[in-house]
Every structure is written in structure tokens, then in C-alpha cells.
Design a protein around this ligand. Structure first.
Ligand SMILES: CC/C=C\C/C=C\C[C@@H](O)/C=C/C=C/C=C\[C@@H](O)CCCC(=O)O
Ligand SMILES: [Zn+2]
Length: 610
């Protein structure tokens, strides 16, 4: 196996020998060639006095030249391509000095895994092309030469040149724009991210974008078609930010904007600092899916300020974020009963993933071994929901929210702008609760961190919001006569309760087709627009092998590319023997329009690649 860094199994870099202290990118967006070209200036600090080179991660990057900025001396470099999913190792010889600033002239490849390039035809407006990035977990190395490990944090500045009609945004504060001096048909955009970030939080978007103000420090950005709907949908953003500040500390990033991406965006949201990226599947029209924004806002502390040292400790980012996100949303809507309802739904989602999708395998560990593994291949809701469950368990045994919430504030304060691992987190927990060592010693830490399967405990939740979902599920599951059901059954439920009602039915034996048709006759779910409810209704139909679900299933997976939805639907269609070839044919017909992350994972799900 390649000589990966001693501290991060997913990076060749050796920050223990020489570390990147800051980055400046000067890039031009070339939509015709679908490349970014220009330079990366890295300020380095030698840690070991006897080293004479720096090792960086790259993938599919063409390095044209490396030089010492102060002397313009050309620096020798080598690129090696070890076998494995981690790209290439760029080694650059360094001049003799304690700190040095190097300039790397390079260009990305059209197959850069961090970027999706869309033609004008693929956008909503059909007039201009579009480009957006997704660097988490280890795709930053295809965007710029870097030490692509979350153990390292650095501030960055950038200057990006693009055609005049195109707006460019980054995960940074906008510090101005001006016509390009050498070509008035282009605009140069300037950015500054003064808060140190891990490499995966560098992000860029370029497209025909409009914005609307939604708060004193927030805008929504999207193509014209979505911008007013987005302004309505995410109107609670400032309230969510303030609730996060009440719980934790002052928001450190200045601006909090939201970018609504094209439908191919593979995730619900991505916590890029100053500019959260979100999927348009959140545009429900009733703000019922804005909890994803609360999640991304929470990452402003858990993940972006306090960061997992490697992706084996991803639960530190996601488990804390989910646990705190649910505190934020329940302080705004519904209080503790609502928090418990969300925790309970999360527990069920975890159970379904652990037992049915991952079959209690190695990726059900809270802290998985990722040696030789691309983190994308290990991704699931386990670090989110098992991590959240551990924190809920600890909150319960340590004395409840009034005792545990001050710990969360102390945690983000202690590790502000740092990266840590699970051992450091546990040591801090013990150091904070010095009077509760006996309780902490009673926790089965080994099983929680490294055990496969469900956690070693069963939580007790307040079920006041869930009982109506359970009752309606049991009524339908046991019904032989459907005359006693009415639209009012669902009209009185929240979106979350409708979703949970369908999720509970998905855990039962597959329903008879005539029962599903009766449900459709009463509730008219075939026309539902809310993506979460639509997803569960489609999954219920596929489980029952209800052929009339198929047109709606294919329509849904072809109109958006959020992996949370398309992967389970493709997997379920693939398990439906008579439909498998149609599913594979649909995938092959649409894969070129998909984000690379999505098509790569779907090919593996369908057994078309290893
Ligand atoms: C144990 C897992 C270890 C490593 C995985 C780390 C990163 C995986 C990589 O695929 C990046 C994931 C980024 C996720 C971004 C947003 C998600 O939080 C949202 C996912 C669910 C949704 O679509 O709502
Ligand atoms: Zn997250």
C-alpha cells in the first residue's frame, strides 16, 4: 500500500514534516474546456529542519511549474501515482529557509471529481453554463494541490476570473469584483476566508445567479427560477443562527448565505463556510424541510470550527451536528416532545441502515477503519445517527440537557479552530465531568466506538408526537376494509409525521397492492410534492412490487440526484428481479447527466463496478 501520511490514512501529505499555513488561488473558469487554470500559492512552514521537500495531494491535476515566490526560482517536482483511491502524490523540492512561499501553476482536468460542469441546456435558465464544487471528503485534491486532510487548517484568499455574465461565489467573504484588465468580457471576483478551514471546505460556484436578502447576515443565491421560492423557504435562517449562538458561541464566519444548487447536487446540504450549498429538493413550499439548513448552520461550530482530524472520526462532525441541530429546531418549533420525535425517527433510520443496508458490517462502526478506503464508499447515516444516539445517551445518564448543554458550549470553545480525534474528545468529556467519572466509566466505550451493529442500549423517547403515526400505521397494516379511512388522517399530521407514518409501514411486511391503491384513493399521495414524503411513498410502492409506482419512481430519480433518495430507490429497483434491467438501463441512459459522486456510488450499488 502507498506510503500514506502517518496521521491520515486518506492523504499522502506529511504535515508533521512541512505544513501549509495559508493558500491563495488565482484561477480562471474555462467553460469551453471545462477546466480551472491558474496558480495556487502555498505558504509553508518547515516542521522538521532536515526536510528538503513538501508532499501534497493531487488528483487529475496537470502541474505546469513550481517556483519560489520570493526568488522566482523554479523548483523541481515529481508526481507519483500509487495504486488506490487517493489520487497522486506531488513532491516539490524546497529552497533552504524556515518558511517559504511556493507558487504552483496548474490546471484541473475535465474529469475533476470535485467539480460538476453543466452546459446551459442542463440549467434551469438555459442561457449560461454552470459549475459547482463538492470537496468533502477527499476531492479538494482534484481542485487544487493541497494537504488534503482535515487535520490541517489554513485561511485562504482567491481571485477568480469568469465570463462577465457569470457570478462566482466561494466559501469565503466576497471582497469585491472588477472587470478583467486584460479582457473586458470577463470579471475578476475576489474572496477572503480569514478563519482557518480544512481543505474540504474550500468551495466554488459559477453560474447565472441572483440573490435575495433573507436576514442581516444572510442571502439566498440561485438561478432566477428558484430565488424567490428559496427566500420564502429559508426565512427562518436568522432565527436558526441566533438559536445556535444561544446554545454555543458567537457565529464566527460573518456572512451566512445559502446557495440552491441544480437538482444534480448529490447531498441535502454541504456546510461550506459563509455559503451553505443546498439541494432544491428542500423547496417544499411550507418550510417543512428547513431542518437541513439548521444542520448546515450547526456545522458552523461542529465540523467547521471543531473538525474531525481524519474521516475515521467523521462522527465528531456529524453526530454533534445532528444532536445540536435537533436542539435548535425544537427550540424554534415544538420543544422537547418534537426533539424526541426527531431523535426517535433518527433511531429508526439508523436501525434500517445498520440492519438492512449495511447488514451489521464494518461501516456500522462509529469509528471505522478507513485504511485504503475512499471515505465516499463508507458514507452512510451511521456517523450521523449513531453519533447523535451516543450524545443523547450521555445527556440522559449525565443529568439531562441542563447539565449537558454547557458541555457542548465548552467543547466548541476548547477545540475552536482545531482538529481532534475520538480519544481527544473522550479525554475532554472526562476532564469536564470530573464529578461523574463513575457514570462515564459505566459506558461501554469499546462497543460504542468500535462495535458493529446497533448501539449497546435502547433509548426511551417521549412518543407523544409519534403515537399517532404508529396508530395509523397499525390501522392500515391490519385493515381488510378501507372504508374507515379519510383524508383527515393525514391532513392533521405534520410533514415529519406523514414521513414517519410511511417509514413505519416500510418496516412492515410488504403491503398488498390493493391496500396501496386504497391508500392512494384516500390520500392522493401520488401527487405529493414534498420530497421526503414522496420518497417514502415510492419506497413503499417498490417494496410491494406495485407496478404503478414505476413511472413515478423513474421520474423522481431522473429529476434530481440527491443520493439520500436515488441510492435507496435504485437499490430497491435492482432487488426487484423483473425490473432490474429497466433500472440498469435507466441508469446507463442518465449517468452522464449525474454528478460523478452519484454515478460512481450508483454503479457500485447496481453491481456495475467494484
Ligand atoms: C464513516 C464514514 C466515514 C467517512 C465519510 C466522510 C465523508 C463522506 C463523503 O461522501 C462526504 C459526505 C458529505 C456529506 C454532505 C452532506 C450530508 O451531511 C447530507 C447527507 C444526507 C442528505 O442528503 O441530506
Ligand atoms: Zn452534516
Amino acid at each position: 500500500m502507498a506510503d500514506l501520511s502517518t496521521c491520515d490514512p486518506c492523504s499522502f501529505s506529511r504535515p508533521d514534516l512541512c505544513v501549509v499555513k495559508s493558500v491563495h488561488l488565482d484561477l480562471e473558469v474555462d467553460f469551453n474546456r471545462q477546466v480551472l487554470s491558474g496558480s495556487a500559492v502555498l505558504t509553508l512552514e518547515r516542521i522538521a529542519s532536515d526536510i528538503d521537500s513538501v508532499i501534497l495531494d493531487i488528483r487529475d491535476i496537470k502541474v505546469l511549474r513550481a517556483c519560489d515566490v520570493d526568488t522566482n526560482q523554479t523548483l523541481a517536482f515529481t508526481v507519483s501515482d500509487p495504486v488506490g483511491p487517493f489520487g497522486s502524490k506531488l513532491e516539490i523540492k524546497l529552497p533552504q529557509s524556515k518558511s517559504v512561499k511556493i507558487c504552483i501553476n496548474y490546471e484541473t482536468s475535465p474529469k475533476c471529481t470535485a467539480l460538476q460542469w453543466l452546459t446551459a441546456q442542463q440549467t434551469a435558465g438555459k442561457k449560461y453554463p454552470y459549475l459547482f464544487s463538492q470537496c468533502e471528503a477527499i476531492h479538494a485534491r482534484s481542485l487544487y494541490p493541497c494537504q488534503d486532510s482535515p487535520a490541517i487548517k489554513f485561511p485562504y484568499t482567491a481571485s477568480v476570473t469568469a465570463p462577465k455574465a457569470i457570478t462566482v461565489l466561494m466559501s469565503a467573504l466576497r471582497t469585491g469584483s472588477e472587470p478583467c484588465k486584460s479582457d473586458p468580457s470577463k470579471t475578476v471576483y475576489k474572496f477572503n476566508q480569514a478563519v482557518p478551514i480544512p481543505s474540504y471546505l474550500l468551495a466554488i460556484v459559477a453560474g447565472d445567479l441572483e440573490s435575495r436578502d433573507i436576514g442581516p447576515r444572510s442571502k439566498v443565491w440561485s438561478e432566477k427560477k428558484f430565488v424567490d421560492a428559496a427566500a420564502y423557504e429559508f426565512a427562518e435562517t436568522e432565527q436558526q443562527l441566533r438559536t445556535g449562538e444561544e446554545l454555543l458561541t458567537e457565529y464566527a464566519w460573518g456572512q451566512y448565505d445559502l446557495l440552491i444548487l441544480p437538482p444534480s447536487f448529490p447531498y441535502g446540504g454541504m456546510e461550506n463556510p459563509c455559503l451553505t450549498f443546498v439541494t432544491p429538493t428542500l423547496l417544499a413550499g411550507d418550510r417543512s424541510l428547513a431542518d437541513v439548513v439548521a444542520h448546515e448552520i450547526t456545522h458552523s461550530w461542529a465540523g467547521n470550527l471543531v473538525t474531525n482530524k481524519t474521516f475515521e472520526h467523521f462522527w465528531l462532525n456529524e453526530g454533534h451536528t445532528v444532536f445540536i441541530e435537533r436542539k435548535i429546531t425544537s427550540r424554534i418549533h415544538g420543544g422537547e416532545p418534537f426533539r424526541h420525535f426527531m431523535l426517535d425517527c433518527g433511531w429508526q433510520e439508523l436501525k434500517n441502515t445498520v440492519e438492512n443496508t449495511l447488514k451489521n458490517g464494518p461501516y456500522t462502526c462509529l469509528v471505522p477503519d478507513l485504511k485504503g478506503v475512499d471515505p465516499d464508499d463508507a458514507f452512510s447515516n451511521v456517523p450521523y445517527e449513531k453519533g447523535c444516539a451516543l450524545l443523547f445517551y450521555l445527556e440522559t445518564i449525565l443529568g439531562g440537557p441542563a447539565v449537558f448543554e454547557p458541555f457542548l458550549k465548552a467543547y466548541v470553545t476548547q477545540f475552536n479552530k482545531q482538529s481532534l480525534d475520538t480519544q481527544q474528545w473522550k479525554d475532554f468529556l472526562y476532564s469536564y465531568f470530573t464529578d461523574k467519572t463513575e457514570i462515564l466509566d459505566s459506558v461501554d466505550w469499546k462497543t460504542w466506538f468500535y462495535g458493529q451493529g446497533m448501539p449497546p442500549y435502547t433509548p426511551k423517547f417521549d412518543t407523544s408526537l409519534k403515537s399517532v403515526c404508529i396508530d395509523l400505521c397499525e390501522r392500515w397494516n391490519n385493515a381488510t376494509d378501507f372504508t374507515n379511512f379519510s383524508p383527515a388522517d393525514l391532513n392533521n399530521l405534520s410533514t415529519g409525521q406523514k414521513k414517519e407514518f410511511l417509514a413505519l409501514l416500510c418496516l412492515k411486511e410488504p403491503l398488498a397492492v390493493n391496500k396501496l391503491q386504497a391508500m392512494e384513493d384516500v390520500y392522493k399521495l401520488n401527487n405529493v410534492k414534498n420530497s421526503e414524503v414522496r420518497f417514502k411513498w415510492i419506497m413503499l410502492g417498490i417494496r410491494a412490487k406495485w407496478t404503478s409506482v414505476l413511472p413515478r419512481a423513474f421520474e423522481f430519480i431522473n429529476e434530481q440526484g440527491r443520493m439520500k433518495f436515488v441510492r435507496p430507490i435504485y437499490r430497491a429497483l435492482n432487488e426487484w428481479t423483473e425490473i432490474r434491467q429497466e433500472a440498469i438501463g435507466n441508469f446507463n441512459a442518465n449517468k452522464d447527466e449525474m454528478h460523478t459522486l452519484t454515478s460512481t456510488q450508483l454503479a457500485k450499488d447496481l453491481g456495475l463496478s467494484s
